[in-house]
Design a protein around this ligand. Structure first.
Ligand SMILES: Nc1ncnc2c1ncn2[C@@H]1O[C@H](COP(=O)(O)OP(=O)(O)OP(=O)(O)O)[C@@H](O)[C@H]1O
Ligand SMILES: [Mg+2]
Length: 384
């Protein structure tokens, strides 16, 4: 069990600054997901924790020990990669036990006097059997990788990491080679595995759904920097900035420019072709902070837009309703993804499939203003 700390960690390759100074605490037994778009520095960060990449500056602490100068094999970590090459000529059992068989005690003496094995044959067998039990691989131990399905091979790669009883698991997109169904299944298995073993885990993915479903906490990265670290639902409900707001959630949050206008006790977000009133605390805050009269970015998630004709949780008023043209409808079964247009503003809404709205219709929709977001136009930071 161990905690991992990254302090002002940077990495520059020639001229590319891949990681620009990240600070992150991964708590003991935590499942931390690093998520962000391609090229944002996730793999580089993970490889620095593993010791496969030297950091340009900053500190890495694993289990209260600074490990910058500790070699990968002595960091007590186990890595699972996207391309988890198994040895094709070895059985599942041998693939899983291989690393343990090779491990030698450092004796300070030159080879072959340092050749004492770290693990006895019995200990290795115990660990392989235990991992095979956990992963449901017991019936497959004598098979070769080519006799396994993709998901089973993935589990062998995990097994190889588990038998090492590491302090920390580092996983880099371990599910991305699997088809959609198997990915969901293996995702659930990984979550169970983590509950059972409680090993501190850093899990890299660019898939925000994977991040949301797996992470105790999520660190959202963009462009070599961490944008926000928090629990999945906190990221969803209270994104710190426009990047996190549009990255977390699917379909993505709708965002468009509005001008804030005071009318009586209300503050309206005016998008030109329509206006909606901010909820009371947002209205007060925008007044206090001098945003009234200014342009800001308005954000509303597709699932917080409703067809006015359907009775819903949100009551329609003239302060939260607008008229839109239906541009595209994509039926998904339980709901319909609708592309809506009002003046210059395009937005996507996930509408209950009871809606009869068709392409070309002009309909009234409601925004759940309790769930609306505002962002500073320049800094892109959330106003609340
Ligand atoms: N060995 C290298 N030499 C030069 N530049 C590199 C090297 N490795 C990575 N980079 C660059 O560093 C940046 C971050 O790369 P990294 O692999 O960490 O991204 P990532 O977030 O893992 O992306 P992906 O989701 O595509 O795997 C990229 O711009 C990449 O081109
Ligand atoms: Mg990567």
């Amino acid at each position: 069990m161990a905690r991992v700390l990254l302090k002002d960690l940077t990495k520059t390759f020639n001229k590319v600054q891949a990681v620009k100074g990240i600070n992150l605490e991964i708590r003991d037994q935590e499942f931390m997901v690093l998520v962000g778009p391609s090229g944002c520095g996730k793999t580089t960060a993970l490889r620095m924790i593993a010791g496969l990449e030297e950091s340009s500056s900053g500190e890495i602490v694993i289990d209260e020990r600074v490990v910058n100068d500790v070699s990968p094999k002595d960091r007590d970590i186990a890595m699972v990669f996207q391309n988890y090459a198994l040895y094709p000529h070895m059985t599942v059992y041998d693939n899983m036990s291989f690393g343990l068989k090779l491990k030698r005690e450092p004796s300070g003496k030159p080879w072959p006097m340092n050749a004492k094995r770290t693990y006895t044959k019995e200990e290795i067998d115990r660990r392989v059997q235990q991992a095979a039990e956990i992963l449901g691989l017991k019936p497959l131990l004598q098979r070769k990788p080519k006799e396994l399905s993709g998901g089973q091979r993935q589990r062998v790669a995990l097994g190889r990491a588990i038998v090492r009883h590491p302090k920390v698991f580092l996983m880099d997109e371990p599910l991305s080679n699997l088809d959609a169904k198997l990915r969901v299944q293996t995702r659930a298995e990984l979550i169970k595995l983590h509950r059972r073993l409680g090993i501190t885990t850093v899990y890299v993915t660019h898939d925000q759904v994977e991040a949301m479903t797996m992470g105790d906490r999520i660190a959202v990265m963009s462009n070599g920097l961490i944008q926000q670290v928090d629990k999945p639902l906190t990221l969803y409900n209270h994104p710190a900035n426009l990047f996190v707001a549009t990255f977390i959630g699917s379909p993505a949050m709708n965002t468009f420019p509005v001008t804030l206008k005071e009318e009586g006790s209300d503050v309206f977000a005016d998008a030109g072709s329509f206006k909606v009133a901010l909820r009371a605390d947002q209205a007060r805050m925008t007044k206090e902070r001098g945003y009234v009269g200014k342009q800001v970015t308005f954000g509303i998630r597709p699932e917080h837009i409703f067809d006015k004709r359907l009775s819903g949780l949100v009551e329609a008023t003239d302060k939260n309703s607008l008229t839109v043209d239906v541009d595209v409808t994509e039926p998904l079964g339980h709901n319909v993804e609708m592309h809506l247009k009002s003046g210059e503003v395009m937005m996507v809404a996930t509408i209950d499939s009871a809606s009869s709205a068709k392409i070309g219709d002009r309909i009234d929709v409601i925004f759940d203003m309790e769930k609306a977001h505002l962002f500073d136009k320049e800094t892109e930071q959330a106003l609340f």
